[in-house]
Design a protein around this ligand. Structure first.
Ligand code: NI
Length: 139
């Protein structure tokens, strides 16, 4: 991290009040840190767009009793073994499984794999979280 710079920001009072309330709910004790996190997140979102190298986690919840679902998901994961670098499986209850996949690769490829897995019939919920790999995250 470099030297700290101080900036002044003109902002609508109502908007600032809502921002402070949100920060309170999120556990920020300091408005500056919340503001810095927003900037970092915007930079990460830009860094993970397009053809950049990303890492991400995909969370899936599904009912393993759905016919052939487990086989289809495993087949797809083997097709993309170069991008899917780790998986975690939790048997949530009698029916439901939770899987967390760690993916690494080009942004478009990683998003495409995640979309296909989430769209598979029987997957009840899925969410991909991307972050920038390596040096891109160093701000
Ligand atoms: Ni399971």
């Amino acid at each position: 991290m470099g030297e700290l710079a101080r900036i002044g920001v003109a902002i609508d009072e109502e908007l600032l009040k809502r921002f402070d309330e949100l920060n309170g709910r999120r556990g920020y004790t300091n408005r500056s840190e919340a503001f810095r996190d927003l900037i970092r997140d915007a930079l990460i979102q830009e860094a993970v767009a397009g053809d950049s190298e990303v890492v991400g986690t995909l969370t899936l919840v599904y009912d393993h009793h759905v016919r052939m679902l487990q086989e289809r998901l495993t087949e797809m994961q083997h097709e993309h073994h170069e991008e899917i670098i780790s998986t975690l499986h939790v048997h949530l209850d009698h029916h439901h499984c939770l899987e967390v996949l760690v993916l690494r690769g080009k942004s478009g490829a990683v998003q495409g794999i995640a979309d296909r897995l989430v769209a598979t019939k029987g997957v009840q919920h899925g969410r991909l979280t991307l972050t920038a790999a390596g040096k891109g995250a160093g701000f």
